[in-house]
Design a protein around this ligand. Structure first.
Ligand code: 5XR
Ligand code: SF4
Length: 302
């Protein structure tokens, strides 16, 4: 099918099924362009609660679709392809958490939303990159277990002065790990007037050289503060920012910073998802219930 035809078909199916399309900021431009809502995973999950639809097509990776399902158990949540998964979320297993709790019995378990529902069910509270430092700061304990991103753990430790135990020790995002100090130096050479916006999943030495450290939602909020930025996160964020702010210049810090899981979803997959009603996200109720508590605790604390 031609692109225009696919878009028409998607529009028709959306009406028939009373569906909406939510897309993460890292999605392909063709997918961003047909989305009803764009945002980071938490913004999207929150929006999903207030939206009058029976079906949510979630153009993002699996843990995001799971979070949307957990907060909207009565809605049908569809992930357009099973290949849309998050390598970082998959690094953390329930065993890692159980093991860490044995070693630090009094430390609360704080999990980044980039984690599986199974792991969230074992957490005391979830966090996003936007509210992680604030929430850890509010917890009584001076020691916290934190997973799965060790770079976000570093950021939180630095902001709060607390002892942050990363689980697993090596948890990271391969997309954000690509950015190096050389990329920072090149950015400064090529764009001497630009400021640097850096995602906290980047390595500490890159974070230390940032003008602002922010989640993708935070980047959108802060962008109007300056006229030119180099963006240290998944490459498609530049497309999102440029569309929102046509008068501000945005440069990707690396062209090859692409997330395979995010890029697995095409326009055609969104069409097939609506047409065949697949792939339906199911979270077993006993897991969903516990995970929901951890997510709701975050919502209350932030
Ligand atoms: O998954 C990611 O790498 C992106 C992101 C974001 O900033 O959008 O970190 N995911 C968010 O849903 C997590 C919220 O801070
Ligand atoms: Fe996961 Fe990294 Fe992709 Fe985000 S960019 S979904 S953390 S693999």
């Amino acid at each position: 099918m031609e692109k225009d035809k696919i878009i028409d078909e998607i529009e028709k199916l959306k009406e028939e099924r009373n569906a909406i399309i939510m897309a993460h900021n890292y999605q392909l431009p063709e997918v961003q362009d047909i989305a009803d809502f764009l945002g980071d995973s938490l913004e999207l999950a929150r929006k999903a609660v207030n939206v009058d639809a029976d079906v949510i097509v979630f153009a993002g990776v699996d843990f995001m679709a799971e979070t949307a399902k957990i907060l909207n158990p009565e809605k049908t949540v569809l992930l357009p392809t099973r290949r849309a998964t998050c390598a970082m979320a998959n690094m953390l297993t329930p065993e890692h958490i159980i093991e860490a709790r044995k070693r630090y019995p009094n430390a609360p378990v704080v999990l980044y939303v980039n984690s599986t529902a199974e792991c969230k069910a074992l957490a005391d509270v979830t966090v996003t990159s936007a509210n992680a430092a604030k929430i850890v700061g509010k917890l009584e304990s001076e020691v916290v277990i934190f997973g799965p991103d060790k770079n976000l753990a570093y950021y939180v430790a630095k902001q709060t002065g607390k002892t942050v135990i990363p689980v697993p020790e090596y948890g990271h995002c391969y997309v954000h790990k690509k950015f190096t100090v050389e990329d920072v130096e090149r950015a400064k050479r090529l764009y001497p007037n630009a400021k640097l916006m850096v995602h906290p999943e980047c390595e500490p030495e890159v974070q230390e050289r940032a003008d602002i450290i922010a989640s993708t939602g935070g980047m959108i909020k802060h962008a109007p503060e300056w006229k030119e930025w180099v963006v240290f996160t998944e490459r498609e964020m530049v497309y999102r920012l440029s569309k929102l702010y046509p008068d501000i210049k945005f440069h990707p810090a690396r062209e090859d910073a692409t997330c395979i899981g995010m890029k697995a979803i095409t326009l055609e997959d969104v069409y097939t998802a609506l047409h065949d009603m697949k792939y339906e996200i199911e979270v077993p109720e006993e897991i969903a219930e516990k995970a929901r508590e951890a997510i709701e605790r975050m919502l209350e604390m932030s």
